[in-house]
Design a binder for this molecule. Structure first.
Ligand code: RIB
Length: 309
């Protein structure tokens, strides 16, 4: 179950990101299905084995981008019957610049995503029935995220929150989270600290400070350093795979879906993190959001190759 945003991404590749006030020339313009929620749903659909049924809850405008986004998810095997249409707002869009190093810069115009309400969640409550795992992000109003998280918890589902774009969150909401998955800047915002790059010792402290805010477990995403997992009984590190980076867009979304799929299938956390890291690594080698999400077979082949190297 994925509750969140659907955006059409407007993507231009540039040699380097422009400084404030600067104009730079870019490559051809592309429209690529995206949105943190939809990316996670698409990845859950592609990465899940035959026993995984991915479903998306969200809002799009009644327009061609909305239709294209639903079609992209349906092609990945995602049930889109709980993606609602909003006449008063267009489908969300994201303006994305990707530089040659693979880094990007993203601005989102939320459109219909911002009309997802707690009442909407109530209207599709039956969709939560039997959910094993539910994924959330913060590109929709918090009232919808809270209502959906409560509905998922009511079904005994594991809840995974990607706190992006980051904002301070209540301990109430954080206490409903099974696994919180911030990167370093997001972790600092959640804790009200100045942004800082962290080394191994600080990462442990950051993860335990976040756990003290309520989530049962934290996965701190450390970019090319992999990630650090911490729950009440253990901490473990899962290294990133080295790849040739083209575009990091949706790498975090792919990671979260990979983690959700592996945990829902009953794999131990160490294996689940390795699977999620592999899926994210492959996505970084390709341009775009949903265009970069690998299939399960690709991830399994990648892991096979890396284990014999
Ligand atoms: O996480 C990547 C996503 O962030 C993009 O697809 C864009 O739509 C924004 O939501």
């Amino acid at each position: 179950m994925v509750v969140g945003s659907l955006n059409m991404d407007f993507v231009v590749q540039v040699e380097r990101l422009p400084a404030p006030g600067e104009t730079v020339l870019g490559s051809d313009f592309k429209t690529i299905p995206g949105g943190k929620g939809a990316n996670q749903a698409c990845a859950a659909g592609r990465l899940g084995g035959s026993a995984v049924h991915a479903r998306m809850i969200g809002r799009v405008g009644v327009d061609s981008f909305g239709d294209q986004l639903k079609a992209s998810l349906a092609a990945a095997g995602v049930d889109v019957s709980s993606v609602m249409g909003t006449r008063a707002q267009p489908t969300g869009v994201a303006l994305i610049w990707v530089e040659d190093s693979g880094q990007n810069s993203i601005v989102v115009a939320s459109g219909a995503n911002w009309s997802l309400s707690a009442a909407d969640i109530e209207s599709v409550r039956s969709a939560f029935h039997g959910a094993r795992c539910a994924l959330f992000q913060l590109e929709t109003p918090l009232e919808a995220v809270s209502a959906a998280m409560a509905a998922a918890r009511g079904q005994g589902a594991l809840t995974i929150l990607d706190p992006a774009p980051a904002q301070p969150l209540s301990s109430d909401l954080l206490s409903s989270v099974s696994v919180l998955t911030p990167n370093e800047p997001e972790a600092c915002i959640l804790l009200g600290r100045p942004a800082a790059r962290v080394g191994p010792a600080e990462a442990l402290e950051l993860a335990s400070a976040l756990r003290a805010r309520g989530p049962a477990a934290v996965v701190l995403k450390l970019g090319d350093q992999g990630c650090l997992y911490a729950d009440a009984s253990q901490t473990l590190r899962s290294p990133a795979f080295r790849v040739e980076a083209v575009d990091s867009t949706a790498a975090g979304d792919t990671f979260n879906a990979g983690l959700a799929v592996a945990l829902a299938e009953g794999h131990p956390i160490g294996e689940a993190l390795r699977f999620a890291n592999a899926a994210a690594a492959i996505s970084v080698t390709r341009l775009g959001a949903q265009s970069s999400v690998p299939s399960r077979a690709e991830v399994e082949e990648f892991l096979r190759q890396r284990s014999v190297e």
